[in-house]
Write a protein that binds this ligand. Structure first.
Ligand code: AMP
Length: 216
């Protein structure tokens, strides 16, 4: 099973990705998470991409593609994977299609999680991520039992550097300009499955499973 999760910032790709990856026993490859890890570890890649991620701008395609293709040849990707935050531009999508076809492989489904911009701005201002286990919570919609502490592992809940209102608006603009054209690209290939992402996380999961022909 090779899946792509498509949707704006804060549409729920990370939350749904975690549930779906577990359900299908495949890894989630999140380019944003890979960049944040490299930045935290201060690797050469992290140093190169920080200026882009800080501003909510796209990292150049060549850098993203190198990192993703290195990751997709790892043994844990052999039975499939879920891509979260990649591809984000038409050149990235075309490079992925070509790379896969050279391996006689293809994407099975592209799930579009559709959410209005106003909902996204509201969600992202209240989003926190656990530094230790990566869990995503909302201090507004699903507050942790103890402020600043992850319910799952006791780790520290932090706000992403790019979740401030100004950068969120920039990221939304980038999404509409560069990533939305992928909807038509994948629709044309018969791969697009759109779900309403404004419902509760549980209902969105149900809708995605139905859309890809899997049982809840
Ligand atoms: P995300 O966690 O998916 O919202 O990604 C965080 C940031 O990482 C984005 O705002 C971009 O700066 C960068 N990024 C992640 N994935 C990509 C990609 N596929 N292409 C270009 N930049 C990306």
């Amino acid at each position: 099973m090779r899946l792509i999760l498509l949707g704006g910032p804060g549409s729920g790709k990370g939350t749904q990705g975690a549930v779906l990856a577990q359900k299908f026993s495949i890894p989630t490859i999140s380019t944003g998470d890979l960049f944040r890890k490299n930045i935290a570890d201060n690797t050469p890649l992290g140093q190169k991409v920080k200026q882009y991620t800080d501003q909510g701008a796209l990292v150049p395609d060549a850098v993203v593609l190198d990192m993703v293709f290195d990751r997709l040849v790892q043994p844990d990707c052999a039975a499939g994977y879920l891509l979260d935050g990649f591809p984000r531009t038409i050149p990235q999508a075309e490079a992925l299609t070509k790379w896969l076809s050279e391996k006689n492989a293809a994407i099975d489904h592209v799930v579009l999680i559709d959410v209005d911009d106003e909902v996204i701005v509201d969600r992202l201002s209240s989003r926190r991520t656990c530094e230790s286990c990566g869990a995503i919570v909302s201090v507004k919609f699903s507050p942790p039992k103890k402020e600043g502490v992850c319910d799952l592992c006791g780790g520290k809940l932090v706000q992403r550097a790019d979740d401030n209102p100004g950068t969120v608006r920039d990221r939304l603009q980038v999404y509409h300009k560069n990533t939305e054209p992928l909807i038509a690209y994948y629709r044309q290939q018969g791969l697009l499955r759109a779900v309403d992402g404004s419902a509760s996380p549980e209902l969105v999961t149900k809708a995605i499973l139905a859309a890809v022909g899997a049982k809840s």
